[in-house]
Design a protein around this ligand. Structure first.
Ligand code: GAR
Length: 224
């Protein structure tokens, strides 16, 4: 089936545990996509090791090696095109992409973010959630636009914020859900079960049953 699979380019900057979740999903026979190329803007990112271990092309395009954002994005685009990438997944990629770059992959760039957007966009989303004292946190996969974590939302999972949580504990609870959510959202997007409708997304009704059920946040309430 590999010939019919959608070719993903995964952009990373760090550990790459979400990349790993995508690589693992793509290793399954019935998954509709494959990782064609991994590109990191950080040469020391552990994500590059994960890609190599999975036998996937791993490239570094260092933003610091380019005088302008345009130059950086052109190198990024050239790298993705050389690998015949059809869809782009941001997986802990910590650079903002311009509208110009996104235009080359219009409606085919996805991102995962560790909050229930539109709450807590940008850096340190989990810390922001703790500082605001929210009781429910989570993660979101969305189409990417030129804003910071502002694009149309595809899927979300909620997790509880527990009384003794610090940033590490909350981040790891959210991350476990990210690893389940990202492959699911990629499947929905590349198979056309979720489509862009202006600033919102429409998810096919039969895709929602079972696939997009909101998980119980798990907080227990004493009935008394
Ligand atoms: C993940 O929590 C991801 O949601 C977040 O960075 C982490 C990367 O971890 N992304 C953002 O905050 C983007 N705004 P990973 O490298 O282990 O996948």
């Amino acid at each position: 089936m590999s010939g019919q699979r959608v070719r993903l380019g995964v952009l990373v900057s760090g550990s790459g545990s979400n990349l790993q979740a995508l690589l693992d999903a793509c290793a399954r026979e019935d998954f509709p996509a494959e990782v064609a190329c991994v590109v990191s803007n950080v040469s020391t990112a552990f994500a590059l090791e994960r890609a190599r271990k999975a036998g996937v092309t791993a490239k570094v395009v260092d933003h610091k090696a380019h005088a302008t954002k345009e130059g950086f994005e052109k190198a990024l685009l050239d790298t993705l095109r050389a690998a015949n990438v059809e869809w782009v997944c941001l997986a802990g990629f910590m650079r903002l992409l311009s509208a110009d770059f996104l235009g080359h992959y219009a409606g085919r760039v996805l991102n995962i973010h560790p909050s229930l957007l539109p709450a807590f966009p940008g850096l340190h989303a989990q810390r922001q959630a703790l500082e605001r004292g929210v009781k429910v946190a989570g993660c979101t996969v969305h189409f990417v636009d030129a804003g910071t974590d502002t694009g149309p939302i595809i899927a979300q999972v909620a997790v509880p914020v527990l009384p003794d949580d610090d940033e590490k504990a909350l981040s790891s609870r959210i991350l476990a859900e990210e690893h389940r959510l990202y492959p699911l959202a990629v499947r929905l997007a590349v198979t056309g079960k979720v489509t862009l409708d202006a600033a919102r997304t429409r998810v096919e009704a039969r895709a929602t049953v079972g696939e997009l059920a909101l998980r119980n946040p798990g907080a227990t309430v004493d009935p008394a």
